[in-house]
Structures are given as C-alpha cells and as structure tokens.
Design a protein around this ligand. Structure first.
Ligand code: PMP
Length: 416
C-alpha cells in the first residue's frame, strides 16, 4: 500500500520501515487496509512493545521488589529500568520523582486526593482551562466541593486558544493550584504552559500539567518548564494501556500525604502506627502493573530512536496536508483553527452529523473519533455536540489522508 515517493518527506525518515514495526497496520477493516487516525485516543504499539509483554510473561513473570530469587530480581530490574527511561525522557532531576500510576487520570486524581486535599482551604482557588479533558476537570470539582474551594476557568477564544489576559485576571493571592493541559486532545492546540507556570508561580501557586497529549509529540523537559506536577499515559505514546506516570518535584512529593494504603508503600506496620516508604514507592501501593511498566521502556526507546524532532516534522507535514485538503470541503469548519498545534484536526461539516461521518469512514477502514472527546464544556463553548477528529502519528502517511478525503467527500454527498 505504501508509496514511498510520496512518503519521502525528508531524508532519514524511513516511513516504510516505521510502518513495518507496527503489526496492526497490516490488518484490514471491512475489507480495506486499516487507516488509523485515532491516535489521540490511543496510539498503536510497535512489535518491540508487544514482544516485551510476551517476554515478561513467558520468561520473567515474578512479583517485584520483594523476592530474592532470580525471576524476581530480573523482573525488578526491568521494572525499574523504565523509571530511569522516563526520568531521561522528561528530564526529571531524580528517579524518585517518577511515580507509576494507571494513567493520566489516576495521576491527576493522586494529586487531587493528596496535595490538594491537604492544601486547599475554604475560599482558596483552583484554575483550570476551558479546553480541559474531563480527567482534568472532575477531580478538581470533587476536591473543591469537599474543601469548599472555588474552581475558576480560563476562557478559550474562537480559534481554540487560551485567553492569557483573562488568565492573569483570574490569578489572585487565593490561587493555590493551576491545572492545565499542555495540548488539547479535542483540537490539538499547544498551550503556552511555560508562561502559565511562571505567572502562577509568581502568585505562589502550584502547577500541574496534563501532558497526556504532549508527551508523544513535544520535547518534555520538566526542569525547564519548572512545573510542579506532570501527568501522562503510556498508551498514548506507543506503550501499553493501564500504565501512566506522575512526575512531581521531590520536595512536594515528600510533604504530601499518602494516596492508597497497602503493601509496598510502607516501611513498617504495627497496629499502633504505620510508617511509610521512601519516594517513589510511598505512592505505589500493592503489586504494580509490572508487565505494562516494563513494556513502556521499549516504547520510549522507539520514540528516542526515531527522534521527537523527526516525528514532529513528519506529523506537522501530515497536519498541514490534511488541514489544507479538509478546508476544500464546502461547509467544513476546523474547530481550533490556529497555528500552534500538534497533529490533530477536529472539524464539523454543515448539515452532517459527525457520528454519521464516523460510521461511513469506518465502512472504508478509516478510524477517526467522533463526539465530544471528553471535553463537553469545550463543545458547549463552540455550541456543537461534537466534532470529527483525525489525529495523526509517526506511522501515518499523506496517502492515507488522501484516502480519508476520498471517503469523506463520498460520505458528505450521501449524507447531504
Ligand atoms: N487528558 C487529556 C488531555 C487526554 O487526552 C486524556 C485521554 N484522552 C486524558 C487526560 C486521560 O488519559 P487516560 O484516559 O489515559 O487516563
């Protein structure tokens, strides 16, 4: 299916061999070669990630940290190797700052139920933005309600960008926490998080960055950003589901109360008093998700091997191609039409329901996401029920975009 002449996007980016590393790209859907444009929901996995899962269960399966036998030692070494890979991947200062979770959602909830629960007093304020995923809205609503704090929202303009002046107006001496996404999952907008962090810190607030959509596409340097927390999911960056990361500054993590109680997070237990383990284990109660943690490392290795800059260049090319072609469709409106985006294009078409488009594209083997993308307040802002979202990854091609355009044009004719 591949046409390497179209795909010779720039020297050194070997799209054909990249595609061969992702076995699922060989399958057919409804008789057509799969075109997978739902990467913002979850990415596909390279063979090396799949192999790591099989290898662990076939050769190393053992619980981590506790055993002194060979299998336990091997599993522990592989499990902990991922922590070092993540530390480098986001340039954290120490491996103690890397907490394993189930995903972005759990990472955010961990901060809500520990740091925020302890630090938010009545009348304090939490600032989020109008383009947050429900995972970065609901935990703050819950904690604000419990602690009688107030939730404030940075408004979004018509192009899907944050209104930074309004953000400055919202900041006050009562602001204790700012929690915003680095990249919007619904539109692909890249937010000026470094500025947000600086301005929030100037008011003494702590900042959590939801990096679910940025970790795959942007260089992440938590020390340069100076964020206090950074949350992301393995499954959106070529790794397995059920695994995520919470980065936190060590001095903050040390002062935080524990999240869940159980094995591993303790130092000593008596019926009178329990003392807790050191970082990062203090926040990792129970048997962890060993296999998926181990298989996150080959995902990170894969991204590092191709290079974020190369991935970004390829994805930018795909985004530009798709946006240009889509805008040729009469009555089509891009939601979040701005020029600081990662490879997500969200759109609506006059007179056509997004879901109907999704079904007709699927009939041609093309997977896009339709609906509110877990960002209902943002959809309300644009007065739409949802969008059609095509999100591209390092293995997608312009040829696939052209197939989508063909199917889309056909679908619009049928539906109008
Ligand atoms: N935040 C953003 C911006 C997301 O895109 C997502 C996933 N769609 C999440 C949070 C939640 O991630 P997860 O479901 O992996 O916990």
């Amino acid at each position: 299916m591949m046409n390497t002449t179209i795909e010779a996007t720039f020297k050194g980016y070997d799209i054909e061999s990249i595609r061969k590393d992702f076995p699922i790209l060989n399958r057919k859907v409804k008789g057509y070669p799969l075109v997978y444009f739902d990467n913002a929901a979850t990415s596909q996995k390279p063979q090396s990630v799949i192999d790591a899962l099989v290898h662990y269960y076939s050769y190393n399966n053992a619980n981590v940290h506790r055993g002194i036998h060979s299998l336990a030692e091997e599993a522990t070494a592989d499990f902990e190797a991922t922590r070092d890979a993540v530390k480098s991947f986001i340039n954290a200062q120490s491996r103690e700052e890397i907490i394993y979770t189930r995903g972005t959602t759990e990472s955010i909830n961990l901060v809500a139920y520990t740091w925020a629960k302890q630090n938010l007093a009545e009348g304090d304020e939490v600032i989020i933005s109008g383009m947050e995923h429900h995972s970065n809205i609901v935990p703050w609503q819950i904690i604000c309600e419990q602690n009688k704090a107030r939730l404030k929202v940075i408004p979004v303009n018509i192009n899907g960008e944050l209104l930074m002046d309004e953000f400055e107006n919202l900041l006050s001496d009562r602001t204790k926490l700012v929690a915003v996404n680095h990249v919007s999952n619904a539109m692909g907008t890249v937010n000026p998080v470094k500025t947000i962090i600086q301005k929030a810190h100037a008011k003494g607030a702590v900042v959590l960055i939801d990096g679910a959509q940025s970790a795959m596409h942007l260089d992440i340097d938590v020390q340069d950003l100076d964020c206090d927390f950074f949350a992301f999911s393995s499954h959106k960056l070529l790794g397995p589901t059920g695994m995520g990361i919470l980065y936190g500054k060590k001095e903050l993590l040390q002062t935080m109360p524990v999240f869940a109680g159980g094995g591993e997070m303790i130092r000593e237990v008596t019926f009178e008093k329990t003392t807790y383990n050191d970082l990062p284990y203090k926040f990792e109660a129970g048997t962890p998700n060993i296999a998926d943690a181990i298989a996150l490392k080959p995902a990170i290795d894969y991204i590092n091997k191709i290079g974020k800059e190369n991935i970004r260049r390829h994805e930018d090319m795909l985004l530009a191609h798709a946006t240009k072609k889509l805008k040729e469709i009469e009555g089509l409106k891009v939601i979040g039409d701005n020029d600081h985006k990662v490879s997500v294009v969200s759109f609506v078409i006059e007179g056509v329901h997004p879901q109907d488009i999704g079904v007709l594209l699927d009939n041609r083997g093309i997977a896009v996401r339709t609906g509110h993308h877990c960002a209902e307040p943002l959809m309300n802002h644009f007065c739409i029920p949802g969008t059609i979202r095509a999100s591209f990854a390092l293995y997608n091609t312009t040829e696939e975009i052209d197939l989508m355009m063909e199917a889309l044009n056909r679908a619009v004719k049928v539906l109008r």
